[in-house]
Design a protein around this ligand. Structure first.
Ligand SMILES: [Zn+2]
Length: 144
């Protein structure tokens, strides 16, 4: 599930370039960085920024990891506005990506052993002809 979410989020971020050859994708990602470097940022207070591009203005809060474009809150990955502020502050962009994308969280999610399973002939029959409820393992957030 986590791997699927990571893939889907990555696909959303590179949506415009995902059907292109790998070198074209890398060039597209490089251009995002170029675009981020050419945003107009203005520090409001502390970690709060006002970011402007092409007449559109958004508010970024690095401390809260939010942007009024909501891309950051939806994906857990800084949007181009947030990325511009991160570059301005000269800090590591990876520190602003949600903890769900870390190797530690991935390892924690998959630390349980996958149990062996009998063949279909021995599976529990569903006489209701409706899907059985799923058993979901909730992964609590761990502090960084
Ligand atoms: Zn944004």
């Amino acid at each position: 599930m986590l791997l699927n979410n990571v893939c889907e989020t990555f696909n959303v971020v590179i949506r415009d370039a995902r059907d292109k050859p790998i070198l074209t994708q890398m060039e597209w990602i490089r251009r995002i960085e170029w675009a981020a470097r050419h945003y107009i940022e203005q520090v409001l207070r502390g970690d709060s920024y006002e970011v402007e591009l092409n007449g559109d203005t958004v508010l970024v809060d690095l401390g809260k990891r939010t942007c009024t474009c909501y891309h950051w809150q939806l994906t857990g990955i800084p949007c181009v506005h947030g990325f511009a502020c991160i570059l301005d502050k000269r800090v590591d962009p990876e520190d602003f990506v949600d903890v769900y994308y870390t190797r530690d969280t991935y390892m924690y999610a998959y630390e349980e052993v996958v149990k062996p399973m009998p063949g279909p002939k021995h599976w529990e029959k569903n006489h209701l002809r409706e899907p059985l409820p799923l058993t979901v393992r909730v992964i609590p957030r761990r502090p960084k």
